[in-house]
Structures are given as C-alpha cells and as structure tokens.
Design a protein around this ligand. Structure first.
Ligand SMILES: Cc1cc2nc3c(=O)[nH]c(=O)nc-3n(C[C@H](O)[C@H](O)[C@H](O)COP(=O)(O)OP(=O)(O)OC[C@H]3O[C@@H](n4cnc5c(N)ncnc54)[C@H](O)[C@@H]3O)c2cc1C
Length: 393
C-alpha cells in the first residue's frame, strides 16, 4: 500500500518503521523542517519496551535509558509516604526505563530511515480526506492520494483536538545533569506533593546520546492559567517555593531559568472515531491524557504495532484490518483513559478532599496485598493484557 503518516513522533516513527519493513511505501509528514523530538524525558513501561523488543530496539533503548524500579512520593508537610509502587511486587524482573525523548526519537528515526520510509518536512497538516486518502496542508496543497493515512500528530492533532479538552494543570519540566542534581535514588521516580496543588518530581532519564553524561528530568506542576503569573513573579519567588516543597532539589532549582524550563499543557480526550474511511488515528491523536500514569508513549507504540499486525493479517481488506486494529486496542485504551481521568485530580487539582483521602485512606490501603501488585500492573500498563492480545508475551 501507499501509506501517509502525519506526525513524526513516537507513534508515527514506530508505524513508519514497521510498515516500511513490511514492504509498504511510507511517506511521513511533519510540521518541522527536519523531524526533531519535542518534550521531556519519559518512562517506557513493559508494554512499550515489548514493542521496541519486537522491533529489535529494546536493548538500545535500555542502554540509553535508566532502569526504574520504584515510584515513590511523599506528601508535605506531613512527610507521609503516599505513593510507593515497586515493579517487583508484580514480577521479579519487571522494571521501567526512564529515557530522554531525544534518545528514543533517534532510535526510531534511524530505524524508519533504514526501513526506507520517506520524510517530508515543513508540512503543516490541517486536514485529511478519509474518502480519497489525500493529506491537505496549510495553504491548501494536497498530497496523495494514499491507500491509508495515519494521524500520528499527537495531543494537538488538528484533526481531533478542541479547546474544551485542555486540563487545568500542566507542568514545567527541564533536563538536568544527574551528577550535579544531588542525592536522589538512581532507580526511582520520586515526587513530593502539597495537597494536589503542587507536585514536583525527579526522574532518572539516561543519556540523550551515546557517550553523553546521564540526566534526570525535573517536573514542577503548574495551573495552565497561572503560567503568565509565574513568569511575571520572577524566578526567585518560585525557587523559594520549590526548595520549601523539596529541599533536596535546591541545587537543581538553582540551576534552572526561564530558558531551561519548558511549560507543557495537557489535554484529556478520547476521539470517538479512531477509524474514518482510509484515515486511522494512533497515539495521542486518538487518546490524549495527562502523563500522570506515564502511559502515552507506550500506548502510541502499542497502537503502531497493533495496526501493522492487523494489516499483515488482512492484506487485501483495509476496512477489516482497521476493524481488527480497533478490536485489539479499544479495551486497553478505554481502561487507561478512564483510570487516567480518575487518577489525575488525585495528584493535580485544587480541592482538598481528594488529596486528604489519598493521604489518609488510599495510601495505607495500597500497602495491603494484593494492592502492591495491582498498582505495579496498573503503572506497567498491563491492565487489560495488551501484550497478550498482540502476542508479545
Ligand atoms: C511533560 C510530559 C511528560 C510525559 N511523560 C510520559 C511518560 O513518562 N511516559 C509516557 O509513556 N508518556 C509520557 N508522556 C506522553 C507522551 O509524550 C505522548 O503520549 C507521546 O509522545 C504520544 O506520541 P504520539 O506519537 O501520539 O505524538 P507525539 O510524540 O506528540 O508526536 C506528534 C508529532 O506530530 C507532529 N505534528 C503535530 N501537529 C502537526 C501538524 N499539524 N502537521 C504536521 N505534523 C504535526 C509533531 O511535530 C510531532 O512530531 C509525557 C508527555 C509530556 C508532555
């Protein structure tokens, strides 16, 4: 088939690799001049790692990233442990990998090029005709027709996004040198919370490129509406606040400024029509959410893999293949969208009731078996058994 992929992010590049390897003619369009990664470090879970394994990229990703065995969070000022997820509670050898987005991007981009995918940069896609299979860019220029068009344009895809889907909280994030960061657990994502209004975190994120020094990703949650005030307020006031919430981050915070801190806004949306004629949505364009559960990149990889598998099983019948793709992915997507929607306000919202329940009820209960294993399953992305459905275990 002749296939267009709009968006050279995690899902788009994985789909480009798999489809080009399967012998399809693949053209990838992105708004950027040359494809480039945007965004912070992220956590690859067993789900995403299994897909990378099937693509022959898992070892390289693990070598670039940092193994993460535990997610740990304290509420301030009480000091209570309110999050403690250990992957070994589910399986002895289970862990996640913190990785810089640029490292993951390099691996996927190189494999897509090697597989023969073509790249067209500086194409700002504004519409897709799902009947004729044309990709339409800003200014009206049309590309195609294609037998299939994949929307992998992420959370801000012009085909599926609307202002109403914006979540109230986003986050400032920055990459920092691990060696200069301070005394943190090299194998844990750590967080501190003040109620659910403030959350700060550090995640080991490996080396951005071969031979580079190890990094961490620093997060500071912020209401989207408060971003301009934060800028106007000046960094000194913020640094004091950040050090009060987590004194051990003082060295990190002292080294950050408006240039190194990037503000990310989050959306929550499950697009109701993931398949429309020849147009199919994968990744965040289908199911955007806050990164609280850290599943988005992993889900994009699963979508790309499921789509390629469905096309291989039904090479002569596109509608049936796309139906099979939906059959593979819908349950897992619905489960995680629902859980993410429920969990996000527990960690990022203005109210006092949810964080109080979190600290005084949910947290003690989460230590009673089988809760530790259930939490590890939830965070590793395995609820709904997506890997079994795709024959990846
Ligand atoms: C701060 C932060 C932390 C996160 N942490 C995690 C984590 O720990 N674990 C995890 O799994 N996920 C995490 N995520 C979510 C994860 O980044 C996304 O779910 C994932 O990148 C989605 O992949 P995608 O392929 O759908 O889209 P993206 O990777 O966002 O790629 C979209 C691509 O489309 C291109 N594009 C967009 N619009 C257009 C257009 N109009 N025309 C042409 N091209 C276009 C963009 O340039 C980009 O290349 C995090 C997200 C953020 C913001």
């Amino acid at each position: 088939m002749k296939i267009a992929i709009a968006g050279a992010g995690v899902g788009g590049l994985a789909a480009a690799t798999l489809l080009a390897r399967a012998g399809h003619g693949v053209e990838v369009f992105d708004q950027f001049d040359t494809p480039a990664p945007v965004g912070s470090g992220l956590m690859l879970q067993e789900t995403g790692l299994a897909v990378l394994g099937a693509m022959g990229l898992r070892r390289a990703a693990e070598a670039r990233g940092a193994p993460i065995h535990r997610l740990f969070g304290r509420s301030i000022p009480s000091g209570r442990t309110v999050l403690d997820v250990r992957f070994t509670a589910l399986r002895e050898d289970l862990c996640a990998v913190g990785i810089q987005r640029s490292a993951l991007f390099d691996l996927l981009h190189a494999s897509a090029l090697e597989a023969g995918a073509q790249f067209s940069g500086r194409v700002d896609v504004v519409a897709v005709d799902g009947v004729s299979g044309h990709v339409i860019e800003q200014g009206g220029k049309q590309h195609g027709p294609f037998d299939m068009v994949i929307d992998a344009m992420g959370a801000n895809s012009p085909l599926t996004s609307g202002a109403a889907t914006m979540l109230p909280f986003g986050a400032l994030w920055a990459s920092v040198d691990w060696d200069k960061a301070g005394p943190f657990d090299a194998h844990a994502l750590e967080q501190r919370y003040r109620k659910a209004r403030q959350m700060t975190g550090m995640m080991p994120s490996g080396a951005p490129h071969e031979g580079a020094a190890p990094t961490a990703t620093y997060f500071w949650s912020l209401e989207s509406g408060a971003y301009e005030d934060w800028r106007a307020q000046g960094l000194a006031a913020w640094r004091t606040e950040a050090e009060m919430l987590w004194p051990e981050t003082a060295a990190v915070v002292a080294g950050l400024d408006e240039e190194t801190l990037t503000f990310a806004r989050y959306r929550h949306r499950t697009w109701p029509r993931p398949v429309e004629g020849r147009l199919v949505h994968i990744g965040d364009s289908w199911h955007a959410t806050s990164p609280q559960l850290g599943q988005g990149a992993n889900m994009a990889l699963l979508d790309a893999y499921a789509l390629c598998q469905a096309l291989a099983a039904e090479p002569e019948d596109l509608p049936r293949a796309l139906e099979a793709y939906l059959g593979q992915r819908s349950l897992h997507v619905q489960l995680y969208q629902a859980m993410s929607f429920l969990f996000t306000p527990v960690y990022q919202s203005r109210g006092s009731v949810l964080p109080a329940l979190r600290d005084w009820v949910a947290s003690p209960l989460s230590r009673i078996p089988p809760a530790p294993a259930v939490l590890a399953a939830l965070v590793s992305g395995s609820v709904g058994r997506p890997l079994r459905r795709l024959d990846l275990v």
